[in-house]
Design a protein around this ligand. Structure first.
Ligand SMILES: Nc1nc2c(ncn2[C@@H]2O[C@H](COP(=O)(O)OP(=O)(O)OP(=O)(O)O)[C@@H](O)[C@H]2O)c(=O)[nH]1
Ligand SMILES: [Mg+2]
Length: 413
């Protein structure tokens, strides 16, 4: 066996070298990432080491002898398959059947297949084997183990894992990327990989971006787990609407659960000169709406609860009924754990919630949950809050800015 080591930037670079030096029968024994060069352990460059080998008897043949050899190979494979099938059938018979008693048996009454029927069956079997091998090869190339992927794709994979993007979405993106790259022959660098990933993600996010709170909704409810920033967000949005657009805003709060929650919203109501009603149960709602009937826009605050518990979700939902056009916005903090956010989102989506508002962007550098919630729960991000200052620290969701933050700079920059 002849073994040769190649150090390249990425696997596709090694393939033509292997083919020309060792021939088309060469096999890749191993690939791994290595670091070379540098100075005192610093500035080392990432490379890929590829170990390839060829049986010495099967040295690279001249082009003219290829067809003959291919035919011989096929014959050898056919023979091997037939032989292994014959042995498997014999073994199965031996295992399944008890030893036959030593008696004379009459000749079998089943008709014996004609030679042409047998050849047809062998051909069908062969075709079936070839189909199976093709399918397996395709699957192998789609789901290459991480370390045999080109370096730029490995780096992108790492970035998305670190951003807590759901594994199923990462796999989908890498598959889509590989499909796009399959039509390109050259070795792909990180900048190109990042830009294709950006395009793909923007495309996927398109149905969920450029969304806002429904303008025809006079009543907007804000729901979400404890302490995510619902009350502060209401103050920020109300200030924007009344100061920037001169709209007549009113507040309702049903958060009588936490001591001082009513006072918190009342403080903002006083500063913004906005009337406020407190409701203790769904029965108080009609009276509150009547009091605020001159208001163009009503923001309703609700108590933060453990909304992984569906009972709490159904409780808050009973407060969100209104005879008018209304909309409910789920408020989630980006500092929350992805799994918990998904569980909360799941519960609210069941009640028809479609809009989500993320807070505390300023407290994290991990943004995967926005993508996860949009693509897996079809929740449309409407605003992003990035600080405690009322009213400034909030803005509409921008898909492009978001994807840039999610992907970060390409790995080779
Ligand atoms: N860093 C940061 N803090 C925020 C943001 N939004 C809100 N906060 C802070 O988060 C804390 C909780 O905010 P609240 O508005 O009281 O949260 P809530 O969801 O109404 O809380 P409950 O009503 O108790 O469920 C406060 O200290 C806010 O100043 C944000 O975007 N970034
Ligand atoms: Mg609150």
């Amino acid at each position: 066996m002849r073994v040769k080591r190649y150090v390249v930037n990425a696997l596709p670079e090694a393939l033509p070298m292997i083919r020309s030096e060792l021939g088309k029968d060469a096999v890749i024994l191993n690939t791994k990432e290595v670091r070379i060069g540098g100075f005192m352990g610093m500035f080392r460059k990432k490379k890929m080491e590829v170990i390839a080998a060829i049986e010495t008897g099967a040295a690279a043949p001249a082009a003219a002898t290829q067809p003959k050899k291919a035919a011989a190979d096929v014959q050898r494979v056919v023979h091997a398959i037939q032989e292994s099938k014959r042995q498997a059938a014999a073994t199965a018979t031996a295992v399944l059947e008890p030893p036959a008693p030593v008696v004379q048996t009459p000749p079998p009454s089943v008709p014996i297949a004609s030679p042409s029927q047998s050849i047809n069956r062998i051909n069908e079997d062969l075709l079936e084997e070839i189909r199976f091998i093709k399918q397996s090869l395709k699957q192998l190339s789609m789901h290459k183990p991480e370390e045999t992927r080109p370096l730029a794709i490995q780096a992108l994979y790492g970035r998305l894992v670190q951003q807590e993007v759901e594994p199923v979405l990462i796999d989908r993106l890498i598959d889509a990327l590989n499909e796009k790259l399959a039509v390109r022959q050259e070795v792909i660098n990180a900048t190109d990989t990042w830009s294709i990933a950006r395009e793909l993600l923007l495309d996927w996010l398109a149905p969920y971006s450029n969304q806002s709170i429904n303008e025809s909704a006079r009543i907007v409810h804000f729901v979400g787990p404890t302490g995510v920033g619902k009350t502060t967000t209401i103050a920020k949005l109300a200030a924007g609407q009344s100061i920037k657009f001169g709209r007549q805003v009113g507040f309702i709060t049903s958060d009588t659960y936490r001591i001082a929650a009513v006072d918190q919203l009342r403080t903002y109501a006083n500063i913004l000169n906005v009337p406020m009603e407190v409701v203790f149960s769904p029965m108080d709602l009609p009276k509150a709406f009547k009091q605020l009937e001159d208001r163009e826009l009503i923001y309703m605050d609700t108590a933060g609860r453990n909304f992984r518990n569906e009972l709490h979700v159904s409780e808050v939902n009973s407060l969100l009924q209104s005879s008018e056009q209304s909309e409910t916005v789920l408020v989630l903090s980006l500092t929350g754990k992805t799994k918990d956010m998904m569980a909360v989102a799941d519960n609210f989506v069941k009640y028809g919630v479609r809009k989500v508002l993320f807070t505390k962007l300023d407290e994290t550098s991990v943004y995967g949950s926005i993508l996860n919630l949009a693509l897996q729960h079809e929740l449309e991000p409407v605003f992003i809050a990035s600080g405690q200052t009322v009213p400034d620290d909030i803005g509409p969701f921008h898909a492009e800015r978001y994807i840039d933050a999610l992907l970060g700079a390409p790995a080779d920059e």
